[in-house]
Design a protein around this ligand. Structure first.
Ligand code: NAD
Ligand code: UD1
Length: 359
């Protein structure tokens, strides 16, 4: 399994001489959080994961320990459970928090908005209260480009209106962003980085961790790899009449490992001079659905059967980031190509189906 990932020795070297700050990672067994854990350990941080495994596999802790070359501390618990948080904050001397835990399906949030407000908003509120109680003053928060709703223009800058998302999931992000910023304003010693992700795809090059949702995937890349794995499957392209280069929707796909590196850069900024900041994490490039399909076919040598379907309600035509702020302020930029994203997504899919279900 590790044939494509040979740098564990390098990671050990990386750890030498780095400060041993302890980072509490909520949702650290999930897709993005697990990749960030690998990056944190690589940079010498100690990690404590907190996750209720509502959307994560029980195999992730073992895979992470294997990838990181150290045992990762994992606590199973729900963010809304004050006593569960209390246990972790009192047992560990936490220096900073990275907050990934949350529900993220747009369609599900439309069908059951209260579940989303309950989990995402109350969970974040409880976390902030515990941080205040235990005097933990550094936070990196997962937000989403969904806060921009239907953008007025692209590329999207961080100062574009971000108050009118088209769905309840997006509104939970707007509310949590506001809560975190208010907390920063009320306490000058509290520092937070709010990161707005564009379209995270791909997987760790080892194939050991990747996106492993419970239930049916709804996003393009997992549906594309499913279609590649199943010769009877036909990928639906939602709309070919958008005002874009080829009529299909355009998005800013970013490799999850680049995204993970952006988080470590953000954490470093939180711990120095900047009290609060909001940064887009994307590549700054927009690719259409047809371009993604062609890139996948070329990279993986597999033909994808597709058909044009009606537009998906709530979709926007074009969404991609202005990344200049992240480049300058975080001294970070995405490096992986669309080909890398396709190859790593496919490797994950292949190893995942060979291993059977990750659930
Ligand atoms: P994910 O579902 O893979 O990971 C979230 C993790 O949080 C899961 O492991 C889940 O079990 C856990 N969790 C959920 N609610 C919890 C609770 N109440 N208490 C404890 N654990 C809980 O999702 P992801 O793709 O890794 O997303 C991470 C964060 O990034 C989320 O906040 C999401 O909204 C945000 N985000 C994701 C994307 C994306 O495309 N994946 C885009 C923009 C923003
Ligand atoms: C969706 C969410 C967004 C979330 C993001 C990443 C919506 C409205 N938005 O964004 O909040 O942050 O996922 O999790 O759901 N497509 C197809 N066929 C498919 C699937 C998708 O043509 O089977 C197209 C879509 O129309 C879109 C593009 O592919 O143009 C990307 O879709 P998707 O991966 O679902 O991401 P977003 O819609 O950008």
């Amino acid at each position: 399994l590790l044939n494509a990932w040979t740098s564990i020795g390098e990671q050990h070297q990386c750890r030498v001489g780095k400060a041993h700050l302890k980072v509490f990672v909520t949702g650290g067994a999930g897709y993005i959080g697990s990749h960030v854990v690998v990056e944190l350990v690589k940079h010498g941080y100690e990690v404590v994961i907190f996750d209720n495994f509502s959307n994560a596999s029980s195999n992730v802790p073992t895979a992470l320990s294997e990838l990181c070359g150290v045992q990762i501390t994992v606590t199973s618990g729900d963010l809304r459970d004050a006593s569960a948080l209390e246990c972790v904050f009192s047992d560990h001397s936490i220096d900073a928090v990275m907050h990934f835990a949350g529900l993220k399906s747009v369609a599900e949030s439309v069908a059951d908005p209260l579940m989303y407000y309950d989990n995402n908003v109350l969970g974040s509120l409880q976390l902030c209260k515990s941080m205040r109680k235990y005097d933990v003053k550094r936070l990196v928060f997962s937000s989403s480009a969904t806060v921009y709703g239907d953008p007025i223009s692209v590329p999207i800058r961080e100062d574009a209106p971000a108050v009118n998302p088209t769905n309840p999931y997006g509104m939970t992000k707007v509310i949590c962003e506001k809560m975190v910023l208010d907390l920063c304003r009320s306490d000058p010693s509290f520092s937070a980085g709010i990161l707005r992700y564009f379209n995270p795809v791909g997987a760790h090059p080892s194939g050991l961790i990747g996106e492993d949702p419970k239930g049916q995937p709804a996003n393009l890349m997992p549906l594309l790899t499913n279609a590649a794995a199943d010769p009877t499957a036909v990928l639906k392209i939602y709309g070919c009449d958008y005002p874009t280069k080829d009529g299909t929707g355009v998005r800013d796909y970013i490799h999850v490992c680049d995204l993970a590196a952006g988080h470590v850069a953000a954490l470093n900024r939180c711990s120095t001079d900047s009290q609060h900041f909001i940064a887009n994490l994307g590549t700054g490039n927009g690719f259409s659905v047809l371009e993604v399909i062609r890139a996948f076919e070329q990279a993986c040598g597999i033909k994808i059967a597709y058909q044009i379907a009606p537009r998906r309600p709530g979709d926007v035509a074009i969404c991609y980031a202005d990344t200049s702020y992240a480049t300058e302020f975080l001294n970070w930029r995405a490096e992986k190509t669309l080909k890398d994203m396709c190859l790593d997504s496919w490797r994950w899919q292949e190893q995942n189906s060979l291993l059977g279900s990750h659930m």
